[in-house]
Every structure is written in C-alpha cells, then in structure tokens.
Design a binder for this molecule. Structure first.
Ligand SMILES: NC(=O)c1ccc[n+]([C@@H]2O[C@H](COP(=O)([O-])OP(=O)(O)OC[C@H]3O[C@@H](n4cnc5c(N)ncnc54)[C@H](O)[C@@H]3O)[C@@H](O)[C@H]2O)c1
Length: 276
C-alpha cells in the first residue's frame, strides 16, 4: 500500500498488539506508514506471552504496560502519554478475551466469575479507557476512538458464545459514550472485522469453520488484518470527522449476504439434497 500521509502530525495510543498476527499490530503498521506517532500498550502478562517490544522498535514507539481492567494502570498510562505527546488524537482499543470460551465452558453452563471477567476485559475496558482519557483531558478536539467488534454482537454464531454478549455490550458502549463525547468534538466507532487468524480468534472452538464459512459467504472473501489496518487509518483521519457511534463492517461483504453461491453446492452435498 502506498503512503498517503493521512495521519501525519497525529499522535495516539494503540492497545492490544500481542504478536505479528494481532489486528492491533496491523493497525500500528498502517498508522505508522501514514505518519502517526503513538504509544503501544498491553497487559503486563503480554511481556511474557507476546513480542510487542519488536513492533515498538519497528514503529519507533514507547511501550506502556497497563492492564485495561485496572483503573490505576490506566490513570498512570494517560499521565505518561501526556508527558510524551501532550494531548493525543486517537485511541485504538483492540482488546478481547472470552474466558469461558477459552476454557471450553458451554454457554448453557457459564462460570459467572469468568463471564464477568470476559465482559470486563472485552467491553468494560473500553468504557474505563475513555473515562480515564476524559478525566486526564488526554484527548484533543477532533480526536477519534476506535474499537474492534465482530458480527456475533448482532447475530448468533453458535460457537461465539459469551463473546457475542461482550461484543453487544461493546457496541452499546460505543453508542452511549459517543452521544456524550460529541460536544467535545470527539468521535468513536467500532470496526466489525471478519474472522482473522489471531491468538484471540483461534481461542474460539470451531474458529476454522467460522473462518471458512465467512470466506465462502463474503463476495470479497474474509478481510485480513492488513486491510483492517488500512480501514482503521481512514477512521483515525480527519476524512471521517463526522462519523461517530457506528459499527462499520470490514468483512468482505459478509454482513450483506444471505446465502452465497459458494455455499450451495457443499450444502446440497452435506444435506444429500437432489438437484431438481
Ligand atoms: N480475530 C478475530 O477473528 C476477530 C474478529 C473480529 C474482532 N476481533 C477483535 O479484535 C480485537 C483484537 O483481537 P485479535 O484478534 O487481534 O487477538 P489478539 O489476541 O492478538 O489481541 C487481543 C489482545 O487483548 C489483550 N488483552 C487481553 N486482556 C487484556 C487486559 N486485561 N488488558 C490489556 N490488554 C489485554 C491481549 O494481550 C491481546 O494483545 C479483539 O477485541 C477481538 O475480539 C477479532
């Protein structure tokens, strides 16, 4: 992709890059290419599990370790960001984890402590991040906040389980905060992304089937993380300054489909339906 410089002069923070397959990693690379300067953040446990320091070197970013479910970590993060950049222009929230999903606990028999943790990490963390950003006056007028969702927020996907609830809450937080941020000229949107082979994505049982189904159903095929990075650039740029409170699909057209031709033959074979 050729550089357009859409984010030249903009500063921000990107949460959630764990390793090279992370969607936040691709967003960081696209934002860097377009001229943005930003800090990277992840939970302290990611020091051991991921390779964030490698990305930080590539994109010339400081790393601020913060657990996005902990108020004191986030408060410290925004103070540090302010020292580094003054007020910032964007926040990218690409954080998620389904604890019951990961531990293969079915939706019909959720462990409610884990469920609360899932909602806290995957949705309430967005609320918390914005709250601390506003209290520390970290965001400049014209700033853009972006989070990552999945169509399982709006429709039922059997194996997505508790994460469907988490994403529904996340998208609601986008609207509810959005209505309060407008008078400070701050906007917030969610990108609803295709199934993508990442650590969080592949933690979902049946992920391969969801991936394959999405790919066959979508006129353009599944959208990869790099395309999400490029789409994110537009939402962080001034070109989308009047867009807020939206869930926007980077999904190759999946959300507009009913049945795709590519699914008809295999379905007929599986269901042993005779051609008329
Ligand atoms: N992979 C997919 O198929 C897909 C599709 C649509 C949306 N998404 C969403 O994209 C976002 C990014 O996920 P990904 O797929 O790139 O996977 P990923 O595993 O690379 O990223 C998830 C990130 O969340 C971080 N995280 C977990 N708990 C945290 C905490 N307490 N504090 C701070 N950070 C924490 C992890 O360390 C990790 O970096 C998530 O919101 C995910 O639900 C993913």
């Amino acid at each position: 992709m050729e550089r357009s410089g859409l984010l030249t002069g903009k500063t921000g923070v990107i949460f959630g890059a764990l390793n090279e397959s992370s969607i936040a990693w691709a967003i960081a690379q696209s934002a860097y290419r377009e001229g943005a300067q930003f800090a990277l953040s992840n939970a302290p446990v990611a020091k051991r599990l991921g390779t964030l320091e490698g990305l930080a070197k590539q994109v010339n970013s400081p790393v601020i370790w913060a657990d996005a479910t902990k108020d004191q970590d986030l408060l410290a993060l925004f103070h540090e960001l302010k020292e580094h950049y003054g007020q910032i222009d964007f926040i990218v929230h690409a954080i998620g984890m389904g604890v019951n999903v990961r531990k293969r606990r079915p939706y019909e028999n959720l462990n409610y402590d884990w469920y609360a943790k899932t909602l806290d990490i995957s949705a309430i963390s967005l609320h918390r991040i914005i709250k601390h950003a506003m209290h520390t006056e970290a965001l400049r007028s014209g700033a853009s906040i972006l989070t990552l969702s999945y169509i399982g927020a709006q429709r039922s996907f059997s194996h997505y389980s508790e994460m469907g609830d988490a994403k529904a809450l996340l998208e609601s937080i986008v609207r509810t905060w959005g209505s309060r941020l407008g008078d400070q000229n701050i906007r917030i949107n969610a990108i609803s992304q295709s199934p993508t082979r990442t650590t969080a994505g592949q933690g979902i049982s049946g992920f391969d089937a969801m991936f394959e189904f999405g790919d066959r159903m979508s006129p353009l095929g599944n959208a990869d993380a790099a395309s999400c990075g490029d789409y994110a650039v537009t939402l962080l740029s001034d070109l989308t300054r009047m867009v807020t409170m939206q869930t926007l699909y980077n999904d190759g057209g999946f959300s507009g489909m009913g049945i795709a031709h590519a699914m008809v033959e295999p379905m007929m074979q599986i269901l042993d339906v005779k051609k008329q």
